[in-house]
Design a binder for this molecule. Structure first.
Ligand code: UD1
Ligand code: CA
Length: 430
């Protein structure tokens, strides 16, 4: 039986108190929805339909994965959401249902579900929470046969005391899912069509449902509020840090280190406290990131020393054995091997060759108020302290630019450029 996944992502997320659609809130650099899609892919489920609704276009535009989208025009409940995708469900398939606001879901579990289902017609995934507030409660009979899921607001006080909750993850035979969806009503406190009524109807009709209880409850954290988003982010942050530690990265203070989900850090890198690595950074072996270095989509070669307080922005590519020191900002620039910008510099839209020395306080003047211009510094050039390189400009191989110069014209290879006023001393001036 082939498996298709449906991810519910149409809700506004009122409880987030934010203009952004709920599933677009990011965790470690990626919207929650993208984490869920990747979990499906990592579980080898390739047939994925995402139900969008609130701000549908922006969700579709920012979700560049090979998935299908179905628009749920009005958000009338989780059952109604799945029903809006009914044309994409084949009765002969089994359908995995996930929520776009459950970003920690492990691909391992998703991969196992068909086996867990066996010859039954569906699986309801449950877990037990210390504090089940806000989740639907699982009702089973004395033999643990599934009876119903009752939402908190529809539950009696006895039902509210149940700590086994609905994780929102189901696997159903397409045939029975489709039949159930046609029958559910909105006769509940919220006046919504609940997906959770489908397994109840199935059970009432004598179909077999497995209640799969998963002890690792953290992966089911459903994000309905900013607090829960922060909780989920913290859980994922720790998981990512542990993965890097296991791979041989030395992280001096895991508590204060933030590494986005897609960052690659090679074994042997040393990361000091307060480092933030965002988006698609790649840090090669032997490099030391000193305290409070911030890098966003930067590629750093082997055996470099970066920071403290360095800022590497998008499009930064740094070679091997480089030094990028304190309060140096690099943006959309390439540094060759063994190049140094040790303190207080700005390198923007520039190409620096090998063995360049970029002095303290030197900057590229890359922006004229309208356009960005390129600076080229060839191999072995020495840029003295407090130099302004007014782009577009080129400094030739092994050229030397004297401290304090404002360079507006090309400096030929091996030349010395001095572009500043000569000093005048007025004797006995005071
Ligand atoms: C839901 C479950 C609850 C479960 C919890 C797990 C129902 C009725 N309740 O509650 O039993 O414990 O998840 O986290 O299913 N959505 C749509 N269209 C809609 C409504 C919702 O696409 O019309 C999407 C939301 O964007 C969200 C997901 O479905 O991603 C779940 O909806 P939400 O309102 O968060 O349900 P919960 O109250 O958390
Ligand atoms: Ca939810």
């Amino acid at each position: 039986m082939s498996t298709k996944a449906i991810i519910l992502a149409a809700g506004k997320g009122k409880r987030m108190n934010s203009a952004l659609p709920k599933v677009m809130h990011t965790i470690l650099g990626k919207p929650m929805l993208h984490h869920v899609i990747e979990s499906c892919f990592n579980a080898n489920i390739r047939d994925v339909t995402v139900i969008v609704g609130h701000d549908a276009q922006s969700v579709v535009d920012s979700t560049k994965y090979a998935v299908d989208f179905v628009v749920q025009h009005e958000q009338l409940g989780t059952g109604h959401a799945v029903l809006s995708a009914k044309d994409s469900i084949a009765p002969s398939q089994q359908v995995l249902i996930l929520c776009g606001d459950t970003p920690l879901i492990s691909p391992k579990l998703l991969e196992l579900l068909p086996k867990i289902k066996g010859s039954a017609q569906g699986v309801v995934v449950s877990t037990t929470l210390e504090n089940p507030t806000g989740y639907g409660r699982i009702i089973v009979d004395d033999n643990r046969a599934f009876e119903a899921i009752v939402e908190e607001r529809d539950a009696s006080s006895a039902q509210r005391a149940i700590r086994e909750i609905n994780t929102g993850i189901f696997l159903f035979d397409g045939e029975h899912l489709l039949a159930g969806l046609e029958k559910i009503t909105n006769n509940n406190d919220q006046g919504e069509y609940y997906l959770t009524d489908v397994p109840k109807l199935m059970a009432a009709n004598g179909l077999k449902l497995v209640v799969h209880h998963e002890p690792d409850s953290a992966q089911f954290l459903g994000v309905n509020s900013q607090r829960q988003l922060a909780d989920a982010a913290e859980i994922m942050r720790k998981t990512v840090i542990d993965r890097h530690l296991d791979n041989g990265v030395q992280i001096l203070d895991p508590q204060s280190t933030h590494i986005d989900a897609d960052v690659i850090v090679e074994s042997g890198v040393i990361i000091h406290p307060g480092v933030i690595l965002q988006s698609k950074c790649h840090i090669a072996a032997g490099t030391v990131l000193l305290p409070y270095t911030v890098a966003d989509s930067a590629v750093v070669g082997k055996n470099c020393q970066v920071g403290p307080f360095a800022y590497l922005r998008g499009g930064t590519v740094i070679g091997d054995y480089c030094r990028v020191g304190d309060f140096v900002e690099v943006k959309n620039s390439t540094l060759g091997n063994n190049t140094k910008a040790s303190h207080l510099a700005y390198i923007g839209d520039a190409e620096l060759g090998d063995d360049v020395n970029f002095g303290c306080g030197a900057i590229t003047v890359n922006y004229d108020g309208e356009n960005k211009h390129k600076t080229t510094v060839e191999d072995g050039a020495f840029i003295g302290s407090n130099v302004n390189l007014v782009a577009p400009v080129k400094i030739g191989k092994s050229a030397f630019v004297a401290a304090g110069s404002t360079v507006t014209n090309e400096v030929p290879s091996k030349a010395l450029a001095i572009a500043r006023q000569r000093q005048i001393n007025k004797e006995n001036w005071k």
